[in-house]
Design a binder for this molecule. Structure first.
Ligand code: SF4
Length: 390
């Protein structure tokens, strides 16, 4: 795999930033700093300019000391999100293309050691799935694939994107890592957003959970967002898989990553996702020591919103319906609905063979109804694009 190693505009790579801060290795150092945060530090962070980032501010907001301040943080986050995004929340649906994978990610049902009936869609089959989503009203679609690059090739993805772009106003992708030149081809075909989770910024944990395949290279993974940022993607999606390492330290690394990308790709929107580990076929969550509680998740979302006013906050169907209903009020800008997490899942219901088990089973119109009842406008279309093309 060819991955560019271009330095950032400031001459500092994300790898160098993490190494300088020791955010990828010195867990105990950061645990001490988090424990040392006082109530006064938290109050100062809350009183600072809303939506602005500094590392000390994010440190205060994700610290244990901030757990007693979730209410004022929520009020501020809600206000800030209304100012920047209004009452619009974009609805999207994932479209899984393949469950064949060469990687050995220990938390994922699709890892190559797992025994399951694997499925790969042809372009025509993928279009048939997309048609079902279009009929439900979706105009924002996320193409998802495992690392199956012999079959889900760049020409496959460009052919699919070109066929989809008449029907969908936004096509995003959550796919295996590519080079900047390959991302550019996807962009030219109509894919305008890429999400690539680092999974964990902790090097030791990364090595423990990625036992084989190209994805096992931590530093290569870290370079991905720079590569699709430089390819011109309008949306740059980041996230850590919550449950692999200390969520507070992961959030600090995510903040640094976002800040680095914001400065370099100012024309793109950075968005954060919050995938919590879910049970999957052959993957019991009891094996993970850092599972994140509902309260932790709320604190993480609020802390990131208060530091990044313009970031998208994305919420998937990994979360329970009752929790999603509450989280949408706190700063969420994009939410999935009616998701199936296996290739062909919209035509044939196959929850057990999915990448993870969905937690909110409501269909798209039920989720749209929930948003309306809370005073939000469910947006099926990517209005930014409609506006830009006028
Ligand atoms: S997380 Fe992605 S790359 Fe890893 S095993 Fe699952 S599908 Fe493959």
């Amino acid at each position: 795999m060819t991955v560019s190693t271009a330095p950032t505009s400031s001459g500092t790579s994300m790898q160098a930033i993490l190494a300088r801060l020791q955010l990828d290795a010195r867990r105990e150092l950061w645990e001490q700093r988090l424990q040392a945060v006082t109530a006064l530090d938290v109050e100062a962070a809350i009183a600072s300019r809303p939506g602005s980032y500094s590392q000390s501010k994010l440190l205060a907001l994700v610290s244990p000391a901030a757990e007693g301040y979730l209410e004022p943080m929520a009020a501020l986050s809600q206000k800030l999100t209304l100012q920047r995004f209004g009452r619009a929340i974009r609805l999207y649906a994932p479209l899984y293309l393949s469950s064949f994978c060469v990687n050995r990610c220990q938390y994922c049902g699709f890892n190559r050691d797992n025994t399951l009936d694997r499925v790969r869609l042809t372009v025509d089959e993928a279009l048939a799935e997309a048609e079902i989503l279009a009929r439900e009203g979706f105009r924002d679609i996320l193409l998802v694939t495992s690392e199956d690059k012999q079959s889900i090739t760049v020409p496959y993805l460009t052919e699919l994107a070109q066929a989809l772009r008449g029907k969908f106003s936004f096509i995003g992708a959550e796919i295996y890592q590519m080079s900047a030149a390959e991302y550019r081809k996807l962009f030219d075909a109509g894919i305008e957003g890429i999400t690539l989770y680092q999974e964990t910024y902790d090097r030791d944990a990364y090595a423990r959970y990625h036992l084989g395949g190209p994805k096992a290279d931590y530093d290569m993974r870290l370079r991905g967002p720079d590569d699709f940022g430089s390819a011109g993607m309008r949306e740059i999606g980041l996230g850590a898989l919550l449950g692999l390492a200390d969520w507070r330290i992961e959030t600090l690394a995510l903040g640094e990553h976002a800040f680095h990308l914001f400065r370099r790709y100012w024309q793109s929107r950075i968005s954060f996702s919050f995938p919590r580990l879910r049970p999957a076929c052959g993957v019991p969550t009891e094996a993970f020591p850092h599972l994140v509680t509902d309260r932790n998740l709320v604190q993480m979302m609020l802390a990131l919103r208060l530091c990044f006013a313009d970031a998208g906050l994305v919420l998937s169907t990994r979360e329970r319906a009752d929790l999603r209903d509450r989280l949408v009020r706190l700063g969420v800008t994009r939410i999935s609905a009616g998701s199936r997490t296996s290739p062909g899942g919209y035509s044939h219901d196959q929850q057990e063979a999915g990448q993870f088990r969905v937690n909110d089973e409501r269909n798209a119109s039920e989720v749209a109804g929930m948003l309306k009842r809370q005073g939000y406008e469910p947006v099926w279309k990517d209005w930014d694009r409609a506006f830009l093309s006028v």
